[in-house]
Design a protein around this ligand. Structure first.
Ligand SMILES: *Cc1c(COP(=O)(O)O)cnc(C)c1O
Ligand code: SF4
Length: 337
């Protein structure tokens, strides 16, 4: 491992990579040698939710394949613009469960803190694609009301940093946030939900490792990979570095039509995760957010898939199939058929 600590004024490599991420649909199509016929639809759908994908993630896609499972997660399509009954702006009731600015407290013992709206990658199926992030500002002073809420409720034992992607915060801000959370005596662990180790493995640099190893509370990092090809050598190395500093690594996926709704793909995903020191945690049914209907896999097919996974993998490599329902006190499990 190369231990070069960047000073505050220096722009670190991950920030450069983030700035170089592809946001122009024409560039993405050119890079992948795809037909420019796809361009008008991509441009139209990108107006609703912009395209964004780091170059390292694009490098894991197959050139010339418009159905590549990694591409399918990020390429804006005309289908997003067709209204479908039941697919709405806030499918999981996030807006009504904000108890303080940026705090979602739906489940007993844990509260979720939305710390930033920024992500390194824009996933077309994201259930927060329409979340009003503009109302959430990053910085310890801005987080003060949220921190006060967490400090007042001693039933909260775990805070989940979410977003957006909490690892979009600079090390300095993240360090300040961790320090503020550690002042709260009833917290037993901290959890970070981040897709950055997958989308932008450069983020797992010496500065981040130093910040996280300085945490006094046990850390759980839930990453987000949907397809085995998302885990290449660089991603695996990043995850190994995190494991070496004692972070517990879990993965959540979304079951997506045309991406990972085949049994061999999910078997391989679990194997690839384990090889990178990560255990599968949740396999989510799609949240019915506007613009994502073409990704939906129905519940019957999903539970058949889980039955098959149970037959092919050790129990600890089978993710829990769940659906999020507004107003429930936990994710709703979907049982195998
Ligand atoms: C999903 C979620 C959690 C975490 O649930 P776990 O089952 O503990 O992983 C916590 N808070 C909110 C608001 C959530 O949506
Ligand atoms: S990284 Fe996560 S929060 Fe960001 S767009 Fe993708 S699914 Fe949504």
């Amino acid at each position: 491992m190369i231990l070069v600590k960047t000073n505050a004024r220096q722009v670190s490599r991950w920030q450069q990579e983030l700035a170089r991420a592809i946001s122009d649909p024409a560039e993405l199509l050119r890079e992948l040698e795809l037909d420019l016929e796809l361009l008008p639809a991509a441009r139209a759908a990108a107006k609703q939710f912009p395209l964004r994908v780091p170059r390292g993630f694009v490098a894991r896609m197959r050139k010339g394949d418009p159905h590549d499972p990694l591409l399918r997660q990020v390429l804006p399509l005309a289908a997003e613009l067709t209204p479908v009954a039941g697919f709405i702006a806030d499918p999981v009731g996030d807006r009504s469960s904000q108890v303080a600015p940026g705090v979602l407290h739906k489940y007993q013992g844990r509260a979720l803190l939305v710390v930033t709206g920024a992500c390194a990658i824009h996933c077309r199926y994201c259930f927060r694609r329409e979340f009003p992030y503009g109302e959430i500002h990053a910085g310890v002073e801005e987080w003060r009301p949220a921190l006060n809420y967490l400090a007042r409720d001693s039933s909260i034992h775990e805070v989940i940093l979410s977003g957006g992607d909490p690892l979009s915060l600079s090390d300095r801000r993240l360090e300040a946030l961790l320090a503020a959370l550690e002042q709260i005596p009833h917290l037993r662990r901290l959890r970070i939900h981040s897709r950055q180790p997958i989308a932008l493995p450069e983020r797992v640099d010496a500065g981040l490792l130093e910040t996280l190893s300085g945490a006094k509370l046990p850390l759980v990092l839930v990453i987000h990979a949907n397809h085995p090809r998302e885990i290449d050598d660089e991603v695996r190395a990043a995850l190994e570095r995190l494991e070496q500093i004692g972070v517990t690594l879990l993965n959540q996926s979304v079951l997506l039509s045309g991406v990972n709704d085949e049994i061999p793909t999910l078997v391989e995903l679990s194997e690839a995760l384990f090889a990178a020191r990560v255990l599968p945690y949740y396999l989510h049914l799609l949240d019915r957010v506007r613009g994502a209907a073409h990704y939906e896999v129905d519940e019957i097919k999903a539970s058949t898939i889980i039955t098959q996974l149970q037959q092919r993998l050790p129990g600890y490599l089978v993710p829990r199939l769940v659906r999020e329902e507004p107003g429930q006190s936990a994710k709703t499990p979907i049982w195998a058929l």
